[in-house]
Design a protein around this ligand. Structure first.
Ligand code: ARG
Length: 466
């Protein structure tokens, strides 16, 4: 690097020696922060309007700057922005290009009172806000698919599991809505995260504030922020919004991974509850009969990647002295990766869920009478027997059916049932050995009865309308 080139870098004034070429690469964030070109240009447009209000730019200078920024934006959008070797980051690159278009004399004024420290924090918050708003839209779409399927397929019954062992009959819809319930919390949490992301650091300079009394409220309002970061030191060094975004994404991915794991299990030949559409499965290069749930495995696997980014950046932040330190540049790659991964994952999950086939006969066939053993105990509870006792009696019935190898508790005769407990009556068959009745009996809020499931659907529809 020549001294001449060096003078062109933003901070080059007091530096005379060149940078080690590897150091230049090591220091540059341009390869990944160029994504923020639009936020950066918008930030400069508004910031210079603020300088103009202060009389630090005249009308001609402001209009030249705004004209130049439009050209720079158009170049980015047409894919024609030409990178130069010493473009350290998106901020220096845009300013360099602006100077080439409108002349360095005027372009040299845009940074008055501003530092890359408040600039990068501003750009990041704008960029993250826009990404999160788009992700919110995608998440609502996914939630909508859950709700729509739950509504249409409400009559399908399946086994519910604990410890991955058959436990009690439930509705397929109920299972779907269990994940929709997680997602609706994710949506609520996302709105809260966006509120904290959407605060303006602009006008805080390098760390100590603005020397010309810029109207920070004006800057914030023009950039569609909801408020200000109230302390200039915090404004330039706070990356909690990055951490929160990645935590939010990690938890969402965690929910998606659990959903995916269930679906992977349900799609095996052993279960056969669902079949994935070809669009979301792949074949094996060796075994022609195979159809693999790659989409679900990737959804499951990528949870680790997003959480890894969060954990890594938490370590970067830990013990940093105030205020801006170059360590903070390490926020971008994990954050951007998390945003892309989360967005793609939500869209893939939406595709998988809206195209899969439910094998309701297989679900029904997987329901076994022993799953009604609790209902059998409940039957006696209704006759006044304490539950601890009925639990024991029902267990004895299960054992009797096993010993007699009759093929299930519903195959025992009434007299065999009565040999365990005399309080079993004629009505036991109709009342207990019916999966639909078992599911319908659980009609308290949050249960498997149709009315309770419809209530969940109604609640979620409300969330979607907001
Ligand atoms: N590219 C830098 C970043 O992303 C911009 C801030 C540079 N500020 C500084 N004082 N060197 O963090």
């Amino acid at each position: 690097m020549t001294d001449q080139q060096n003078l062109k870098s933003l901070w080059g004034g007091r530096f005379t020696g060149g940078l080690d070429p590897l150091m230049q690469l090591y220091n540059a964030s341009f390869p990944y922060d160029q994504k923020m070109y639009e936020a950066d240009i918008e930030g400069t447009r508004v910031y210079t309007a603020g300088l103009h209000k202060l009389g630090l730019l005249n009308d001609h200078e402001l209009s030249e700057i705004h004209r130049g920024l439009k050209v720079v934006l158009a170049e980015w959008e047409a894919g024609k922005f030409e990178e130069q070797a010493d473009d350290e980051d998106i901020h220096t690159a845009n300013e360099r290009r602006l100077g080439e278009i409108i002349g360095r004399g005027i372009a040299g004024k845009v940074h008055t009172g501003r530092s890359r420290n408040d600039q990068v924090a501003t750009d990041m918050r704008i960029y993250v806000r826009e990404q999160l708003l788009e992700i919110k839209r995608q998440l609502k779409e996914l939630l909508g698919v859950f709700v729509a399927r739950a509504n249409v397929e409400i009559d399908i019954l399946m086994p519910g599991y604990t410890h991955l062992q058959r436990a009690q009959p439930i509705r397929w819809s109920h299972w779907l809505l269990s994940y929709a319930t997680y997602l609706s919390s994710d949506l609520q949490r996302l709105e809260q995260v966006i509120e904290r992301v959407n605060l303006s650091p602009l006008g805080c300079g390098a760390l100590a504030g603005h020397p010309y009394g810029i109207d920070r409220d004006f800057l914030a309002k023009e950039l569609k922020f909801d408020g200000l970061v109230p302390n200039s030191l915090t404004a330039v060094s706070d990356r909690d919004f990055v951490v929160e975004t990645m935590f939010w994404g990690s938890l969402l991915m965690n929910h998606i991974s659990r959903f995916s794991e269930d679906m992977i299990i349900y799609s095996t030949a052993e279960f056969g509850f669902i079949s994935l559409a070809d669009a979301y499965s792949t074949g094996s290069s060796l075994m022609p009969q195979k159809k693999n749930p790659d989409s679900l495995e990737l959804l499951r696997g990528k949870a680790g990647r997003v959480f890894g980014g969060l954990a890594g950046f938490m370590m970067t932040l830990k013990s940093l002295p105030s205020t801006y330190d170059k360590d903070l540049q390490e926020d971008k790659e994990p954050l951007f990766d998390a945003l892309v991964t989360v967005s793609h994952s939500i869209q893939i999950a939406t595709g998988v869920l809206s195209t899969l086939t439910v094998e309701k006969e297989r679900m029904l066939a997987a329901l076994t009478p022993d799953m009604l053993a609790t209902d059998l105990a409940d039957y006696l509870v209704r006759k006044g027997v304490p539950f601890r006792e009925t639990h024991h009696i029902s267990g004895a019935v299960v054992k009797l059916a096993e010993d007699k190898k009759v093929g299930g508790i519903d195959k025992l005769s009434l007299s065999e049932l009565q040999s365990v407990d005399g309080r079993f009556g004629e009505d036991v068959v109709a009342e207990v050995f019916d999966f639909e009745k078992s599911v319908e009996r659980r009609d308290a809020i949050g249960g498997t009865a149709k009315s309770a499931v419809l209530d969940q659907i109604a609640r979620l529809k409300k969330v979607l309308e907001e």
